[in-house]
Design a protein around this ligand. Structure first.
Ligand code: SAM
Length: 150
């Protein structure tokens, strides 16, 4: 069988008017694979993120979904690549903002939100995925409080 790769799409929606609290400032780190700095770091990152197609996402960088699967499951979850979420948060949110995921799954959006010092609100239908999300988020909080010790 021959077939093309299956793309994911990021849909963005803008409220009309001016944002009274704009997102501004330099990019200080890159999310994705194989990034080579050539000059100004923030401009290098911006040029990669401004590309209409992101071919530099590490597809294997996801939270592990296996632990949340029930034997009786007929469908399985498809966790989003953490790099995609991370970029979106860098582009469209600030520290302290609340990130909402109405289909939270095992908490990938929350995982990246907490890592970037955002708050997170997630809604998930399936209890075992919700439990796994809570575990994943607790792990980030523990890592962060351990890092603050030093
Ligand atoms: C593709 S998964 C999201 C995965 C998530 N982005 C992650 O990486 O962990 C979609 C999730 O939406 C949940 N879901 C479906 N219908 C829902 C509903 N009406 N309310 C809340 N969650 C729902 C499913 O159980 C599933 O876990």
């Amino acid at each position: 069988m021959s077939r093309q790769g299956i793309p994911d799409y990021v849909c963005t929606f803008r409220k009309p008017g001016k944002n009274p609290d704009p997102i501004a400032g330099e990019f200080d780190h890159f999310a994705g694979e194989a990034f080579e700095r050539t000059g100004n770091l923030s401009i290098d990152i911006w040029q990669r993120y401004a590309s209409p197609v992101w071919m530099d996402i590490d597809q294997s960088n996801t939270l592990n979904a296996r632990a949340a699967r029930h034997e009786s499951d007929t469908r399985h979850i498809c966790p989003l690549q953490l790099d995609v979420i991370h970029r979106c948060l860098q582009l469209w949110s600030k520290e302290g903002d609340v990130v909402l995921s109405p289909f939270a799954g095992i908490g990938s959006e929350g995982h990246e939100a907490l890592k970037l010092n955002r708050k997170f609100l997630g809604i998930e239908l399936k209890e075992s995925y919700f439990d796994e999300a809570a575990k994943n988020l607790r792990r980030v909080e523990q890592d962060q409080s351990r890092a603050r010790l030093f």
